[in-house]
Design a protein around this ligand. Structure first.
Ligand SMILES: Cc1ncc(C[n+]2csc(CCOP(=O)(O)OP(=O)(O)O)c2C)c(N)n1
Ligand code: SF4
Ligand code: SF4
Ligand code: SF4
Length: 1180
């Protein structure tokens, strides 16, 4: 039989490998962290890989998981072995069909990366809450605790599903197992082929829907037979455990890795046993071994088959000697007596009549680690005279006192294991390079290896931490590296910001990327914490000036190959020369899709780095360096100091519940906090040349992060500035007479994307090293205290004025979006226009992540404390969520109007109040006037605020005087796919809501999977061989209603048209829909997102994106409601397409198909334009 192959795989790759082999059909929809499985299956199908039935798997993306589950159900009913991949909210959307699939006894397999379910907040991280919400559906639930087990038990689940004809959820911990890279043995397809029960497949086919032997399914039943038919499945469930064990034995006979429904490890006569499921079991095992070596008698019982629960097998596995049992659950059921696994175990023991101590506790929600120290705390608690019940471990619960105390760190990894911790900057290439390093080491040495990667919520430019372990013994530790032998920091800005060497062990190595190549520079720049750790822990210090080398090699900000070269030089895990050769080979493999030039530049970067590591001796006196001050900002809100700053400095995990409760109960957080972060991470920032500037404010319009803003300054204010460098020039324009103009940059908030400088028509902005511009921070701090002079010129629906919009305060600033993101400039502009009175429902997607990642909030407030009120419900229900907000506001304002009318009619109402109220009533539906008259009303009412009765009631409702502006934001994945049903319905309701679609033409937030907005011929994830069908025309669909305002815009191409559309849409008294073109990192724009604005211009020029507005109000006046705002396209569309990797890469991989699809795409676009021309000429 063919041998197993050694591979460096993560859990998702293992599951996909098996699922591909054993599926006829795969139905997919992206969700973190399971998307990778669908992506791999799609790529393999595109490449023509065959499953064990000698067929290419059919892969279908649906519009949602609810759709996917329906398609899985139908596919099974018609006789195809079908699998799907999901997690969290996605799994919950599948629940209704899961009941049906189980009820009809169909052999589906769902591979699930177990993830937290959104409640008080969304979390993309792992726990078992989602899987536990399916335990009642009738699916078998089988758990893998390690990456290797994912390979083995994925196979077991498919084999058993076929054998017993029942559906399985095969689950493993999200991120911890799905994304952990390990050296595993991969089972060949030729072997799997020999294991399948083909008779069972025949039986399955014979029982499926087919008119040659018809049947009826899914009937409606009366009380006579329903209950009995439900109970009729008992025998099947009784048979499942044996079938699973038989499949486990069958697989183990080949792999020699025995596995059971329950596995016990530890002392054979253990008295104290932990029962648990998932990745944490491995850590508990390491700790049990450690304790047993010191004379304890402890063990761990690992649960593999959770449903159906086999009490007999459980009891047979549990040592008879176990008098004390602690069940660990990675989920929380608020309000229940205990968590599900605990209740199962407790009931099992109770039915034996034996007396044993059984306690339960919770750990690891949202991927909180279970470290060695925590596992030990669990054993300690169990051994104590009065063990704490229903405890938590890993948090500090100082309110209900559930948490277990920790006795200090414990390194449970086997001796000789090398542990590395690398601090990187999101999208600097560090994580990708570390994954590659693991593969190189794993495939070229005998060593075991493990890689795990942590990210923060920023879309790019956030913190990444790579945790790597290598050793001669298997690596079980399923927690972050906390005893590092090698620490690297890839950004000098992290020095003093994070406690970089907290987890470094004595005698370790520290490598820093910085320009500080000498002891003198280190002395000046290293902070006290780093110096103390270096000296006290006897750490060796090395420096690499990676940015300098990156500039020489022309690889931009990508320092990954340089730091990788340093890693191989210092870590000694591979002979250096051999490592460099392998690294270069991997560069060719990794980057050839992007073109030869990129490959060559990265090879140059490696060559230039060979001798670039400098050792800096650590002076002994650094042990006495001044300790760092705490992280607080004087005068900042309590939330910022108590929650946001600790999180920003990677200390959030230590926050006690009381602090969180005091500051953000229910997950509700204050806005306006991103301004306190001041990351200072840009390499270069714009320097303003006042002489050259023509004061067009374009740079401010396009800046994705609201970092560059125009200010109008009086001569006195200029004089009072803190620095002479606060240079101003006379403001151009009659309206601004006597005022000076200054374009002010906030250097510490800038991402260095360069979009502003690229866009400036007169090149009045130069990208300059941050260090040279740092002084401008003081100027920024001063500028934002000056009055906002946005009343000098107005922008109105009748007369939109772009410059006027830019003197208004952006109420979205410093978000976590990628540098150069095409989404944020739109939302920023909307907040400038309506932010003080807007309510936002935001679909899950990039915009909910850059706009709503706790604890930072980029939505902010004006001087009155007014700003956007923002909420996110789910990915699928955003239009409905926003509509609900609209209904509430409308109903509540109606009530205020009722009260106001009564106030006017009431004889005892003072005349001034009567007049002001009457004035407000007349204007209540006019945004500006309701605000003005509402403010006047507040003034007169203030004197009556304490009164009971009508006046008091009216005063209490004063926050509703200003007409609100209801916005519904989301991406194309939401609007075109999963949320389309709701969006269509809400538009059709004909109420005054504004829907804004950020069209990146892919699911950007989950890594760029195709949506129905993806154009034909674009390569995206889930469309590895290019999207075959044309883009859905959302605007056109909406226009067919005739009463919806519709526009298509591209802010980079035509700012005025965009501004006009936004103002018209908001003023339109019914529903509006704006579809906005948003260039995104996932497009692979050549030269990068610095070209975001230019890309939009070119898209319109070449006729790739069309600008139009459709305003039903014009039809009412007998005018043509449709205006085409795009010029006639010019040039060959393909010249536009090849500016972007998503199109260009297809030509490299599938040349003929690319030619065919791109020709069709050009026809699609031409047809669209002709259609719009027709509307413009003849009306819609
Ligand atoms: C029910 C459900 N399925 C999947 C997801 C995972 N998910 C979150 S955002 C997203 C894609 C968002 O794409 P889009 O709407 O185009 O917005 P963008 O990120 O491009 O701005 C997906 C698939 C989810 N949150 N909920
Ligand atoms: S470089 Fe980017 S973030 Fe910085 S000011 Fe310019 S556009 Fe804004
Ligand atoms: S884009 Fe250039 S010219 Fe226009 S305001 Fe900005 S710096 Fe001045
Ligand atoms: S939309 Fe694209 S560019 Fe913008 S934050 Fe998301 S991934 Fe980044």
């Amino acid at each position: 039989m063919e041998q197993e192959k050694i591979e460096c795989f993560d859990g998702n790759s293992c599951a996909a490998h098996v699922a591909y082999a054993l599926s006829d059909n795969s139905v997919i929809f992206p969700i973190t962290p399971s998307s990778v499985m669908g992506e791999l299956i799609d790529e393999w199908a595109a490449a023509g890989r065959k499953n064990i039935f000698d067929q290419v798997v059919s892969v279908t993306e649906m519009q949602s998981e609810a759709g996917a589950a329906g398609a899985v159900h139908g596919s099974l009913a018609a006789g195809a072995l079908t699998s799907t991949y999901t997690a969290s909210q996605g799994l919950l959307l599948m629940v209704p069909n899961m009941y049906k699939i189980a009820g009809e006894k169909l052999p589906a397999v769902f591979h699930v990366t177990a993830r937290a379910v959104a409640g008080q907040a969304l979390s993309i991280f792992g726990d078992h809450s989602d899987v536990m919400a399916t335990r009642q559906t009738g699916f078998a639930l089988l758990n893998s605790a390690t990456v290797q087990e994912v390979m083995d038990l994925a196979l077991v689940s498919h084999l058993a599903a076929i054998k017993v004809g029942m559906p399985f959820v095969h689950f493993f911990d999200g991120f911890r197992t799905s994304h952990e890279v390990q050296k595993v043995k991969s089972i060949p397809y030729s072997v799997m082929k020999t294991m399948v029960d083909y008779d069972a497949i025949k039986k399955f086919h014979a029982g499926c829907l087919n008119p040659e032997h018809p049947q009826m399914r899914g009937t409606s039943q009366s009380p006579d037979i329903f209950f009995a038919l439900v109970e009729s499945s008992n025998k099947v469930y009784q048979a499942i455990p044996d079938a699973v064990q038989a499949a486990m034995d069958q697989v183990a006979a080949y792999t020699k890795r025995p596995i059971h429904l329950f596995d016990y490890v530890g002392h054979p006569e253990a008295t104290h046993v932990i029962v648990c499921m998932g990745a944490a079991a491995a850590t508990c095992e390491d700790v049990a071994n450690h304790l047993n070596a010191q004379g304890s008698k402890v063990g761990v019982l690992k649960v593999r088959l959770y449903r159906p629960w086999d009490a007999k097998a459980f009891l047979a596995t549990l040592p008879k000697t176990a008098t004390h049992i602690c069940v660990l659950d990675r989920t929380k059921e608020p309000g229940s007596f205990g968590e599900p696994l605990y209740l199962d175990v407790a009931a099992t023991i109770q039915e034996t009549g034996e007396s044993r101590v059984i306690i339960g506790g919770r750990f690891g929600l949202g991927s909180k680690d279970l470290t060695g120290a925590m596992a030990k705390a669990v054993f300690d608690n169990l051994a104590s005279a009065q063990p704490k019940r229903h405890f938590t471990v890993g948090i500090n619960d100082d309110i209900t006192f559930t948490s277990l105390p920790l006795a200090g760190p414990l390194d449970s990894v086997p001796k000789g294991t090398v542990q590395c911790l690398i601090w990187g900057l999101g999208s600097d290439g560090t994580v990708g390079a570390n994954k590659e390093a693991i593969k190189l080491i794993g495939s070229h040495t005998e060593q075991y290896c493990q890689g795990y990667f942590e990210y923060d919520a920023k879309k790019s430019g956030g913190l990444t931490r790579s945790h790597l372990r290598f050793g001669t013994k298997p690596i079980n530790a399923t927690y972050l590296v906390d005893h590092a032998d090698y620490v690297a920091c890839h950004h000098p800005g992290y020095v003093g910001h994070y406690h970089l060497l907290r987890d470094a062990r004595e005698g370790s190595v520290f490598v820093l990327n910085s320009p500080w190549n000498t002891i003198e520079l280190m002395e000046q720049n290293l902070t006290g914490d780093v110096k103390r750790d270096l000296a006290n822990k006897k750490i060796k210090l090395y420096n690499v000036d990676a940015w300098k080398i990156a500039a020489e090699a022309k690889v931009g900000k990508f320092i990954n190959m340089i730091m990788q070269t340093a890693f191989f030089k210092l870590s000694g895990v591979l002979p250096f020369e051999e490592a460099i050769k392998l690294l270069k080979d991997s560069v060719v493999k990794m980057y050839s899709r992007k073109g030869d030039e990129i490959v060559q530049k990265n090879i140059n970067a490696i060559d230039l780095s060979l001798n670039a590591v400098t050792e800096i001796p650590v002076p002994a006196e650094w042990a006495n360096a001044a300790p760092p001050k705490g992280f607080t900002i004087e005068g900042a809100p309590q939330f910022v100091n108590e929650v946001m700053l600790p999180c920003s400095h990677y200390e959030g995990a230590e926050l006690p519940i009381s602090t969180l409760l005091r500051n953000c109960e229910g997950g509700i957080m204050p806005t306006g906090t991103a301004a306190f972060e001041k990351r200072g991470l840009a390499v270069t920032v714009p320097k303003w040349n006042a002489e050259k500037c023509v004061q067009c404010t374009l740079c401010s319009v396009v800046c994705p992060h609201a970092v560059i803003r125009p200010f109008l300054v009086t001569p006195e204010e200029q004089k009072a500035a803190p620095q002479e460098s606060f240079v101003c020039v006379p403001a151009k324009g009659k309206e601004f007479e006597g005022l000076h103009y200054r374009m002010q940059v906030s250097p510490l908030d800038c991402t260095g994307c360069g979009v502003c400088a690229q866009t400036c028509p007169v090149k009045a902005l130069d990208m300059t090293p941050l260090e040279e511009e740092r002084y401008n921070h003081k100027n920024w701090e001063y500028a934002i205290t000056l009055p906002i002079r946005d009343d000098k010129i107005e922008t109105t629906v009748e007369k939109p004025n772009l410059k006027a919009s830019q003197f208004k305060q952006p109420l979205l600033e410093f978000s976590g979006a990628c540098g150069g993101c095409g989404e944020t400039p739109y939302i920023k502009l909307i907040t400038q226009l309506f932010g003080d009175r807007m309510i936002v429902a935001n679909a899950t997607g990039c915009s909910s992540i850059w706009g709503g990642s706790a604890p930072w909030c980029p939505y902010t407030v004006n001087k009155d404390g007014h700003g956007p009120a923002w909420g996110n419900s789910l990915f699928e229900d955003n239009a409905e969520y926003g509509y609900g907000m609209f209904l509430a506001t409308t109903q509540r304002r109606k009530r205020v109007l009722d009260i106001a009318n009564k106030v006017v009619q009431e004889a005892s109402t003072p005349q001034d109040v009567k007049d002001a109220t009457q004035e407000w009533i007349i204007n209540a539906d006019n945004a500006q006037k309701s605000k003005m008259t509402g403010n006047a009303l507040k003034k007169v009412l203030a004197a009556h605020q304490e009164e009971k009765g009508l006046l008091g009631e009216l005063w209490d409702a004063r926050d509703l005087f200003t007409k609100k502006s209801q916005w519904i934001f989301g991406g194309d994945g939401w609007a075109y796919d999963i949320g389309y049903g709701g969006l269509d319905h809400v538009l059709a309701c004909n109420d005054d809501v504004n829907i804004f679609v950020l069209d990146t033409e892919v699911y950007s937030n989950t890594g760029g999977q195709r949506s129905k907005a993806t154009p034909r011929g674009a390569q995206a994830k889930f469309a590895a061989s290019g999207k075959k069908t044309s883009k859905k025309n959302l605007g056109l669909l909406a226009m067919t209603y005739g009463y919806i305002y519709v526009a298509q815009v591209a802010i980079g191409a035509n700012q005025m048209q965009c501004l006009r559309a936004i103002q018209e849409a908001e003023a339109f008294p019914g529903p509006s829909l704006i579809v906005a073109y948003a260039p995104c990192l996932n497009h692979g724009i050549k030269g990068g997102l610095v070209n975001m604005v230019e890309e939009e211009k070119q898209a319109v020029k070449f006729g790739y994106w069309h600008l139009f507005r459709y305003n039903p109000l014009l039809a009412k006046d007998g005018k043509n409601p449709f205006s085409l705002d795009s010029p006639k396209p010019s040039g060959d569309l393909k010249d536009f397409l090849y500016r972007e990797v998503r199109y260009d890469a297809l030509t490299r991989q599938f040349q003929d198909e690319a030619e065919r699809l791109h020709t069709l795409l050009a026809q699609d676009k031409q047809k669209d334009y002709e259609r719009y021309e027709g509307f413009a000429k003849n009306g819609f």
